[in-house]
Structure formats: C-alpha cells, structure tokens
Design a binder for this molecule. Structure first.
Ligand SMILES: Nc1nc2c(ncn2[C@@H]2O[C@H](COP(=O)(O)OP(=O)(O)OP(=O)(O)O)[C@@H](O)[C@H]2O)c(=O)[nH]1
Ligand SMILES: [Mg+2]
Length: 461
C-alpha cells in the first residue's frame, strides 16, 4: 500500500513540474529580454531611452556613467535620427528648413514590434504592452548587457566629427551695404559732389550722425595735409580711417580650459539669439568641444523647441524647462549638467526682451548671477543685434550693457541690409567689440568680425 502511494505521488510530481516551469518561462519572457523603456525627452535622473543604433551619436554627447542627479528642467540628448543629427554636407540648411528627423521606435520590444516577436496570446501583460516584471538578479544582468552594448556603440559613434562650417565671404553677402557706396565710388575727382555722395552714403549706412561728422572732418584734414588728389586716394584714406576706428584689441570668444564656460546670449525679440546659438554651437562642436545648450527662453514653448532642433543637429545636450518656468533654474541646471559631463561651454539662450520693461531686465540680471555661480564660469555675455534695425541697435546696446554687462556684440542679418554702418557706431560710441557677424540663416553663416575684410568688402569695386 505504502509503495502504491509513493508511486502515485512520484507520477503526479513528474507530470506537474514541467508544466509549472513552462508557465513560469512564459511569464518571464525569454532570458535577457529588456523591459519596455519610455521614449521621448528624458528627465534628469532617469535612464535615457536606448533608441540609438550604433554610429548615430554626434560627439560630445556621451552619457554619464552614473545616473545624473535629479533636476526640474528636463534634459535631452539628440535622438537617433538617421541623418538629421549629423550634417555632413558643406552647407547644411538651418533647422526649420529641412525635415525634422523622425523619432525612432523605442528599444523596448513592445507588442507587434518587428524585433519583439509576436505577442503571446498566453500572456496578456505582453499582449497589452504592460511592463514585464523581472527578478532583481535578472534585471541587474539585463542592465549590465545593455550598458556594455551602449558603451560599444558610443565608442563607435564618437569617432567621426561634424564637418567644419564653411566661412562665408563678406563681399558675397553684403551686397546691399556695398550698393550704398556705389555713388561715392563712381566719383572721378574730389569735389563737393564727392563729399556730398560720401556723407549721404554714411548716413544711409546708419553709421550715425556723430561718427559721420567726425569722419568727414578727419578726411578733409588728411586731404589737405597729405595732398590727396585722386578719388582713388580718397577711398584708400577712408578705408584706413574706418579700419582704424574698428580696430579693437580683443574679438576672440573667451573659453577657459578646464572650466564650465558659460556664454549668455541676450537681446530683444527676433534679433537672432537662438539661431546664433545654433550656428555657434555647431562651430564649437565641429572644433571638438562639448556643448550644452540651455533653453533659457521659457516664455514660449516654441523657443525651446527651436533650440532643441539645433541641439539635435549639433549633437549638443539640451536643458529646457516648462513654459513659463524660471529661466534661472534652466541655466542653473544646464551648468550642473555641463559640469558633470565635462562640457567646455554652456550656451545660454534668453527670452527676447523689450528693454523698456524694467522687470524683464531685472530677470536677466538674475540669470546672469546664476550663470556666474560656480561651477559656472561666465566668460561671455553676447548682445545680439539685428543690423537691419540700424541706430535702434545702439539704444539697445546701451541698455543691455548697463543692465547685464556685455562682453561683445553679435551683429546679425548683415546680409540683408544697407545699414551695416551700425557696426561702426556700436564700436566707436560704446567701445563694445563686435565679435561675430551673421551673414545668413544657415549653419555656415556665422563668422568672426574681421574689420579689414568688412571695410574692403564695403569699399572695393
Ligand atoms: N538673413 C539672416 N537671418 C537671420 C540671421 N540670424 C537669424 N536670422 C533669422 O532671424 C529670425 C529670428 O531668429 P531667432 O534666432 O529666432 O531670433 P531670437 O532672437 O531668438 O528671437 P526670440 O526668441 O523671439 O527672441 C529667424 O528667421 C532666423 O533665421 C542672419 O544672420 N541673417
Ligand atoms: Mg529665440
């Protein structure tokens, strides 16, 4: 009897055990199958989605080995756009012109995904896409394998760089400003008409009345003193005077090695701050520097989205906040992120402000104070001025310089205006060096301000 009972129990155990094992396997899924991961912009403090195939991450975007500390503004890395994230052509168009790279499917193998196999009708959690739970030891193993795979992909991705931007020539871009001087340049002798033509050209170029008068007086003096007789000699004397007026000791952008340099961009609405950050970020990344972009213009969501497009193109980290959130907090978080990633420079965007709104200027002062706080190392506050606004730019420069201190000017849209003379007014009246010039909307169209090249482009036939 006892023997019969033992045989029966053994038979039952042998039948049930394989069934139970099979069910357990179905519930867990295949070994090392990762859980579905979220997609979209990642919050600092969470693991970013592993959506990138190898070879698609631009340089300067290696994720930290540990997980970043939590912060309120969200941070994102460029998505794995197959082409959009890494321009290779010599003259890529700026964001907004080309299509936005499509978002890639999440790495987690969700239901119906090609690599995830077919959803098992046996397990409804898989069929509905509900997260699959893993035992702690298995989860650790999964993380280790994913880290290894991602590490290999990064090593591959960081090798190639961005194609350096192609420097535009002033002469090719400032046709409208050149045209203003055509009457003066066609003079064949030095007579009253010549002086009238020159005065008119300087005024139309928006050099400013004060500077125009000073310049004309000085030239008349030189004509007498140096015995200048031909119009050609007069043009050469004018060029020399203009170059002297624009000569400035320091036009370089300060970037201290080993520091989390912060460059803030300020200026009124629509002057080109965000576009300049995009172009400059591209240039810095192409030179092998790690760039973080901070969407400090929190007044409208579109501003952060515009910067996000640029960050994707450049391969820079982006830190942004919710619409209407504190811009200082965004800059703070961007600096922290830059420091933790060993970034060379944080490019801080700010809202376009009307200089008449004192409270907005106060906010900008606050942003500056945040940017100065270690580990932040504020090395540039660049005032972006739209050259088409002419003398109005001078008023802006005065107000911004008073409020936040300005280390240099970026003069944008010089390609579409006759009023390039504002460059002279800013430098001669305020003593603020023009450091960069925008000569168009694409990523290539930002260049250092070379006064000699500028003056020659204006006045050479
Ligand atoms: N032609 C030309 N257009 C430019 C240049 N720089 C910027 N732009 C254009 O100017 C427009 C405004 O540029 P944004 O970068 O959005 O200006 P912003 O200062 O950030 O504007 P807000 O965010 O509204 O304060 C965009 O259409 C740019 O493409 C330039 O150097 N030349
Ligand atoms: Mg902007």
């Amino acid at each position: 009897m006892t023997l019969l009972i033992v045989i029966l129990v053994a038979a039952v155990v042998l039948t049930i055990a394989p069934l139970a094992y099979t069910r357990a396997r179905r519930r867990r899924g295949p070994e090392l199958e990762p859980p579905a991961r979220p997609v979209g912009p990642t919050k600092a403090g969470t693991r970013p989605p592993s959506t990138r195939p190898p070879g698609t991450r631009p340089p300067g975007t290696r994720p930290p080995t540990g997980r970043p500390p939590g912060s309120s503004p969200s941070t994102s890395r460029p998505p794995a756009g197959p082409a959009g994230a890494r321009p290779t052509g010599a003259s890529p168009a700026g964001p907004g012109r080309g299509p936005v790279p499509p978002a890639e499917p999440p790495a987690g193998r969700g239901p119906g995904s090609p690599s995830g196999g077919t959803a098992s009708p046996v397990d409804d959690r898989e069929a509905t896409g509900a997260p699959v739970e893993f035992p702690a030891d298995l989860q650790a193993e999964i993380e280790a394998v994913l880290d290894e795979v991602e590490g290999e992909a990064l090593a591959e991705e960081e090798a190639p760089g961005l194609a350096p931007p192609v420097k535009p020539r002033f002469r090719d871009r400032i046709g409208r400003a050149r045209a203003v001087f055509s009457g003066f340049l066609s003079c064949t002798a030095i007579d009253q008409d010549t002086w009238d033509d020159l005065e008119e050209a300087l005024v139309r170029a928006d050099v400013g009345v004060t500077f125009t008068m000073t310049l004309l007086d000085e030239l008349r003096g030189r004509v007498k003193a140096e015995g200048i007789r031909t119009s050609q000699e007069l043009v050469e004397a004018l060029k020399a005077d203009l170059k002297k007026a624009l000569a400035s000791a320091d036009r370089g952008l300060r970037l201290d090695p080993g520091e989390t340099n912060v460059w803030l961009f300020v200026g009124v609405n629509g002057v080109g701050k965000t576009t300049t950050i995009g172009k400059l970020g591209y240039r810095e990344a192409a030179a092998g520097r790690r760039v973080v972009m901070a969407a400090g213009d929190t007044f409208r969501a579109a501003a952060a989205e515009q910067l996000e497009l640029w960050s994707q193109r450049v391969g820079a980290d982006l830190v942004r906040g919710a619409e209407g959130s504190d811009p200082g907090a965004v800059i703070f978080d961007a600096v922290q992120r830059g420091a933790s990633r060993g970034a060379d420079v944080v490019l801080g965007d700010t809202a376009g402000r009307l200089h008449t709104k004192v409270n907005l200027m106060e906010e900008l002062k606050k942003v500056r104070r945040v940017a100065e706080r270690p580990p932040g190392h504020l090395t540039e506050v660049l005032l972006v001025i739209d050259a088409t606004t002419g003398q109005n730019g001078l008023t802006q420069a005065k107000l911004f310089a008073e409020a936040v201190g300005v280390t240099g000017v970026v003069l944008t849209k010089l390609d579409g205006t006759a009023k390039g003379g504002i460059a002279l007014a800013i430098q001669t009246e305020l003593g603020i060096p023009i450091k960069l010039v925008g000569l168009g909307e694409t990523v290539d169209d930002l260049t250092e301000f070379d006064p000699d090249e500028f003056v020659d482009a204006l006045l050479d036939e």
